[in-house]
Structure formats: structure tokens, C-alpha cells
Design a protein around this ligand. Sequence first.
Ligand code: ZN
Length: 121
Amino acid sequence: MNRSLPWGWIMLAGLLLLVPGPAGRLVLDLLGGLTLTLLLLPLLLGTAALIGWRLISRRLVTCPACGASSIGMIQCPACGAPLADSGSQDAEGEVDASTATITVEAVAVDRSMDSGSSGRP
Ligand SMILES: [Zn+2]
């Protein structure tokens, strides 16, 4: 008799769903919320994983000797070669904008080369 269906609980659930009232409405709202959560959870998890992977891959340092990737290591964990400091430059050679300094050199305009376009006689 352990495997028999709990008809009492099924009837109670059916009554709660069929009879209009706060209890039935609560159950329906609960089921709707659960369904929505189950449908949106993979999307949320996928977005979180994508953002996490982006953050992690930005800090990955590739060993110049053997090509192994590591995070936050001074030495390569695979071959022991010293890794370059990734503070200002990452593996692709791009300069981090937060630590970069742009030097602008002021150059005087040669007026003899300017052929009358400034309006002066
Ligand atoms: Zn290495």
C-alpha cells in the first residue's frame, strides 16, 4: 500500500485550484512564479557565466615559454618560467587604459606652409 496514489492530497489540491479563493489564487501564483523562475533561471545563469568568464579571461596570463594559462601567478605553474607583469600590458599587447599615459606633443604650425587658408593677407 506504499505505492498507492495519495488521492486525498490530489483531491485537496484540485479543490484548492478549482475553488475560487485566496488559497487557490495563492497556489496558482506560486506555480506561475515557479514556472517563470525555471524558465528564466538558465538565461540568468548563462549571462552570469558569460560575465564571469569575461572577467576571468581578462586576467589570464599566457606563459611565453610553454603557453600555459594561469591567473595571478608570478611564475608559470607548468614550467616555472617567470611571467611578465600583467599590470599595464596583457597578453595581446594592448595597453590598459586605466594605467596608460597619453603624451601629447605640442607642435607649432608653420605659417609659411599654410597657403592663405587662414584669411590673413
Ligand atoms: Zn610555462
